[in-house]
Design a protein around this ligand. Sequence first.
Ligand SMILES: C[S@@+](CC[C@H](N)C(=O)[O-])C[C@H]1O[C@@H](n2cnc3c(N)ncnc32)[C@H](O)[C@@H]1O
Length: 233
Amino acid sequence: MTRVETIGLATLYLGDCREILPTLGPIDAAVTDPPYEFSTSGGGLFRKDRENMDQIKAAGLDQGFEHSLISSEQFRSAVVFAHNDQWASLLPHLASEYDRYAICQWHKTNPMPVANRHYQPDTEIYVHAWMTGSHPEGELRHKQRFIVAGNGQDGAIKHPTVKPLPVMRKIIMNVNGRTICDPFMGSGSTGVAAVEFDRAFIGIEREPKFFDIACRRLEDAQRQGNLFLGSAA
Ligand SMILES: C[S@@+](CC[C@H](N)C(=O)[O-])C[C@H]1O[C@@H](n2cnc3c(N)ncnc32)[C@H](O)[C@@H]1O
């Protein structure tokens, strides 16, 4: 049976989003960082990089996801992160599903210092796609297509692919709608940023240990109040 926790503005589901999303009906927006799909063949990795890669594989986060889960029928707009190797198939899906889209970037100030036979891992692409009327929001100064931020993974949050809050806050500021859903919630970074801006949040995570971390982070975020409401530098 699915476990559901209501924590202030957040409703968190422990379970598989392929089963839970169809039960939820229309939601304003999806903001998500789904499992990546990539090849690690060729080129050596630094030891730290290899450790992180091993954790990613152990959590099954190199298997990709069903693109049809991000549908304009359910979400009026969607922000989706993906690995370099996924965009050839994911971008056509989003472009056909939504009226408009923007390709945006997170530039990392502290990438792993390795390139081998590829580029440095210093940039992550995310796409914001929307239906007419659910276009990007925010003041002009908040509507850049890029954000420069450090990786911020200091090991305190036990998830191999935690997204930094400055990145998620910038994205939430640009997303239209009252309710934001992350069907691949992980440790809950999207949710923390969403409630900081007084948005309602729906998160789904299938791994109990990550779900518990997300519950704790959402409790902490809401105990601290809406620190970023109407601000964000
Ligand atoms: C890339 S991680 C998201 C990390 C998140 N952005 C954060 O900051 O912690 C993707 C998450 O999706 C979860 N996941 C994978 N497949 C899922 C599914 N079918 N339903 C729900 N969660 C799933 C994984 O367990 C993982 O925690």
